[in-house]
Design a protein around this ligand. Structure first.
Ligand code: UDX
Ligand code: ADP
Length: 461
């Protein structure tokens, strides 16, 4: 039975990077609702109840603490909580399917379908099911069939409410989002369900930022938003390759084009490549859908965004090997950063994983430093442990190293004493700035041979 002390009982299945912070924010803003976040991973659920949350996200602990044990609860008892909930957000991971039809491209929906079947089996009252995970277009249709095809005397509405938060800025993105998107069936009960989700967000988000639409447009918008963002990075990265061949400077090009208000200045930082759990997965999903509908040219167009990203990572490693006299065997190389971007401990699809593996293939000794992601890095690299070392101190990581490669744009790396670092390195000392965060002229004057992204190298020979 729902808990009558609260005017809505909300369950979120999946206590990860999306489910955890989103529910913590709803709980903090809406003390009148009871929010339970449930997950099959016991360790994670335990960690959500401590000071040491399972994910690193600036400001998250403060938000969690506001409502934990007041109206925010964490649990592994999914069955009991399904029964009590009026609204169920589903925020489980949808990894890329690695077998059968669509292998390597489409999302593996087996976890989602299992949850849908569990909900139908357990529920004894009407429910609104909210898709929070990114799903291929028309997933809701399949889910509705499962939900309402069992001849139970209860009704399920499926609503799509994609999450646009970015890691590292999750709390401000949740507090002050550009928009909230809620899609549903254009039926009477679909619209009522949608309105109930609007009501939740309207507790702190202005109504004009909450947009509603049909369910397919909502599902597709999430994929397309990520595809466009990733496309910007691949576009600037492709031009960085051209800059390295000419005398042009990618930062100057980005500044010049970004001042065109139609283009805008954000998301134009050339880098070693984009990572994160969403971009590649969502683009490949989009590619798969296009192929499914016979739109091969469209599929190829988007697939190239991923290809350019792989090219950028490959180019970076090639540059390192080539600069270091075509051999890096037994050379100590310090990686500054391993997370896919700053202010997160997440390493999913991080370019650093690919770079480390390539360096290890060449028999280099890779020493990894990162303020938040060493635990995840150790997991990602467990099969090549003999070639990698993890070091919590960047000065020690770079001691006696032949090269430093900056993988993540942590503030910390901008403020290190590079004179001290240089003194303790093997000579000639190399610095490959995969994020263009340092003053390259200054680093060069210290004595380093400097290789930025999309700018001419500064070398002493
Ligand atoms: C992304 C979307 O931004 C977010 O809206 C969606 O909900 C989830 O996917 P996230 O993966 O957390 O968020 O990070 P984001 O800030 O988008 O960065 C993705 C990758 O692109 C990172 O590896 C980042 O370093 C890289 N990037 C970003 C660049 O290389 N250059 C840029 O200019 C911006
Ligand atoms: P995201 O970045 O999309 O939030 P995460 O991997 O961080 O992805 O989180 C997804 C969470 O969903 C994980 O904690 C995982 O344990 C949980 N999960 C996956 N399948 C189920 C399931 N069937 N029931 C409950 N939780 C699940």
């Amino acid at each position: 039975m729902p808990d009558k002390r609260f005017n809505k009982n909300i369950l979120c299945i999946g206590a990860g990077y999306v489910g955890g912070p989103t529910m913590a924010m709803i709980a903090a803003k809406c003390p009148q609702y009871k929010i339970t976040v449930a997950d099959t991973n016991e360790e994670k659920i335990k960690a959500w109840q401590t000071e040491n949350l399972p994910i690193y996200e600036p400001g998250l602990l403060e938000v969690v603490k506001k409502s934990r044990d007041r109206n925010l609860f964490f649990s592994t008892d999914i069955e009991e909580n399904i029964k009590k909930a009026d609204i169920i957000f589903v925020s489980v991971n949808t990894p890329t399917k690695m077998y059968g039809i669509g292998a390597g491209k489409t999302a593996d929906l087996q976890f989602w379908e299992k949850i849908a079947r569990d909900i139908v089996r357990i529920a004894d009252s009407d429910k609104i099911i909210v898709e929070k995970s990114t799903l291929p277009v028309r997933t809701a249709e399949a889910m509705e069939r499962i939900f309402n095809g069992m001849n139970k005397k209860i009704h399920f509405d499926v609503v799509s409410n994609p999450e646009f938060l970015a890691e590292g800025t999750a709390i401000s993105d949740l507090e002050n989002p550009d928009r909230i998107l809620i899609g549903s069936r254009e039926t009477e009960s679909g619209r009522i369900a949608r309105e109930k989700i609007v009501e939740i967000y309207a507790n702190w988000i202005p109504r004009d930022k909450i947009i509603t639409c049909d369910i397919w447009s909502s599902e597709l918008s999430k994929l397309v938003a990520n595809a466009f963002l990733a496309q910007r990075i691949s576009s600037i990265n492709s031009i960085s390759a051209l800059c390295e061949k000419t005398e042009a400077d990618i930062a100057k090009v980005a500044r010049a084009i970004g001042m065109d208000s139609r283009i805008g200045p954000k998301f134009l930082n050339a880098s070693v490549g984009f990572g994160g759990s969403c971009f590649k997965k969502d683009i490949l999903n989009l590619v798969y859908i296009c192929e499914y509908y016979g739109l091969h040219e469209v599929a190829q167009y988007w697939e190239n965004v991923v290809k350019i990203n792989e090219y950028q990572e490959e180019r970076f490693v090639q540059k390192m090997i080539h600069a270091m006299f075509n051999t890096i065997a037994h050379k100590r190389i310090a990686l500054f950063g391993f997370a896919f971007k700053a202010n997160t401990g997440d390493t999913r699809e991080s370019p650093a994983i690919y770079i480390t593996r390539k360096l290890a293939e060449e028999r280099a000794h890779v020493v990894i430093n990162d303020p938040e992601s060493l635990r995840n890095a150790a997991q990602d690299l467990k099969d090549i442990r003999e070639y990698v070392e993890f070091e919590t101190d960047p000065y020690k990581a770079s001691q006696e190293a032949h090269a430093i490669a900056i993988m993540t744009e942590w503030e910390l790396y901008k403020t290190l004493d590079y004179k001290k670092i240089y003194k303790r390195m093997e000579k000639p000392a190399f610095l490959f700035d995969g994020r263009n965060i340092l003053d390259h002229q200054e680093i060069y004057e210290i004595g380093f041979n400097v290789y930025p992204i999309g700018k001419p190298a500064l070398t002493h020979f």
